[in-house]
Design a protein around this ligand. Structure first.
Ligand code: SF4
Ligand code: SF4
Length: 459
């Protein structure tokens, strides 16, 4: 958060500054420096995937610095086009002047929802439901087979579209019959992991590292309720390297909540996460996320939007899973003898991974595994952006944005698709029919199942 301030109009002519609050949602926040740093080059606009396919969307420059200035001049309402921003955050990455565009958008969207959106409207309740997916999933996963059956009915899709404005074009992701956390507890929780890690360190002759090899897994909602195989792979891979894994209590990272302007919901979830993860860090752990939007949220959005006691510490100690292993382990050496059943995979880098500087790492890593031919499908946005592509009014835009990625995937003729983001995975599968895996699953197949076991099943 910036600390630059606005000149005080006291007539003295000296350079005293006072902070200016424009968006009241963020009481501690002064976004003026961001607005002042914008020199209107429009690079953000030309990198915005929504503006590229929707001529009516004014683009990130308007949503951020220009709207800020308008707000300052008079009591201007936030423009409703802020709800068309998908929160892909590509504009953050594109801006040569480091204007905090997504912070401005999140703050403006929060104000728009608070001040201008009717709390009785269908849009409000639909957005509230979508952005609180974790709560819905907790209830639905109590009876996963029944929920999957009901959510898969055509009549449910029709009712959801007509009543709530949730597109009927997509199929709801199935809930797993056993959540990651249920598997984790059944397996013996942190005590079993400590023992597995100790055995791995002995096998690796790595006993000197006993005290520091500890990670706290932030699994997020999707790996817990829908794809526990990703969480299991994460645990197995980290234990293979001798890390003791702990799984703190946690709530949604907040990403779908910012994207829908539900900042109060996001703040409540963030408070729990910061408290729990902060305690794990105190106990010597680093925080690992398998979803790149979750790591993005903990690292960037928490310090931009919230000010809990351990916010900065959580941001500083959070890593994406592969990034952590690349920095802390000799992965190249480890993978030198690893192999899996041969497979061509079409890999998509999520926008939020690019924002963390992680583009390139997965293809490089996968390419070092014997048997894998990893093809990067280019730098386009998948288009779904979490809840965005689930909204009836944004479905077509979402699919238009995804077209480039679909075309590249189809040209590759791969056996499977691959990405770290669960909603990008939904879009990849929806647009091409490919089955989509997480890179941790390949890593687990290569390091844990193989090569002694004859190589894992890659795809
Ligand atoms: S890229 Fe940055 S400096 Fe250029 S118009 Fe956008 S916000 Fe302003
Ligand atoms: S976050 Fe994405 S959709 Fe929103 S303005 Fe920026 S580039 Fe466009």
């Amino acid at each position: 958060m910036s600390e630059t301030h606005q000149p005080a109009d006291d007539g003295s002519g000296d350079d005293e500054f006072e902070p200016v609050q424009v968006f009241p949602e963020a009481e501690e926040m002064d976004l003026r420096p961001g607005a002042d740093d914008c020199y209107k080059c429009s690079t953000c606009d030309t990198n915005c995937p929504v503006a590229e396919v929707d001529d009516e969307f004014p683009g990130p420059k308007f949503q951020g610095p220009e709207q800020w200035r308008l707000k300052r001049q008079d009591d201007h309402d936030i423009d409703d086009s802020v709800m068309k921003c998908s929160n892909c955050m590509r504009c953050d990455n594109a801006c040569p002047s480091e204007v905090p565009l997504s912070q401005m958008h999140n703050t403006a969207r929060g104000e728009y929802v608070e001040e201008n959106m009717s709390k009785l409207s269908r849009e409000y309740w639909r957005n509230r439901l979508l952005s609180n997916y974790g709560t819905m999933a907790r209830i639905g996963s109590k009876v996963p087979r029944l929920t999957n059956f009901v959510m898969g009915l055509t009549v449910t899709q029709v009712v959801n579209e007509k009543l709530l404005g949730i597109t009927g074009e997509r199929t709801f992701p199935a809930f797993a019959t056993e959540t990651f956390r249920e598997w984790w507890e059944k397996r013996g929780g942190a005590a079993a992991s400590r023992e597995n890690a100790r055995e791995a360190r002995t096998r690796r002759d790595d006993s000197s590292a006993d005290e520091r090899k500890r990670v706290a897994y932030f699994h997020g909602c999707y790996s817990n309720y829908n794809t526990p195989e990703v969480g299991k792979a994460m645990v197995e891979v980290f234990e293979h390297f001798g890390y003791e894994v702990v799984v703190p209590d946690q709530r949604c990272s907040g990403t779908p909540m910012y994207a829908n302007g539900m900042l109060d919901d996001a703040e409540r979830a963030a408070e729990t996460n910061v408290d729990e993860l902060g305690s794990a860090i105190e106990a010597g752990a680093d925080v690992i996320a398998s979803c790149t939007s979750c790591s993005m949220s903990l690292r960037q959005e928490y310090p931009e939007l919230f000010d809990f006691e351990d916010t900065e510490s959580v941001a500083e100690h959070t890593w994406e899973a592969l990034e952590y292993l690349r920095v802390h382990e000799d992965l190249e050496d480890e993978l030198a003898d690893a192999s899996v059943d041969s497979a061509d995979v079409a890999y998509h880098t999520p926008c939020h991974a690019r924002n963390q500087g992680l583009d390139g790492q997965t293809v490089e890593l996968l390419s070092s595994i014997d048997g894998i031919d990893a093809h990067d499908v280019g730098d386009s946005c998948s288009g779904i952006s979490g809840t965005y592509g689930w909204k009836e009014e944004h479905y077509e835009t979402s699919m238009k944005i995804g077209e480039e990625m679909f075309e590249h995937m189809e040209q590759i003729d791969a056996e499977a698709g691959m990405t770290e983001c669960p909603t990008c995975a939904m879009q990849m599968e929806h647009g091409t029919g490919y089955e989509i895996d997480h890179p941790l699953e390949i890593l687990s197949a290569a390091l844990v199942d193989g090569p002694e076991a004859g190589g894992g099943d890659a795809a």
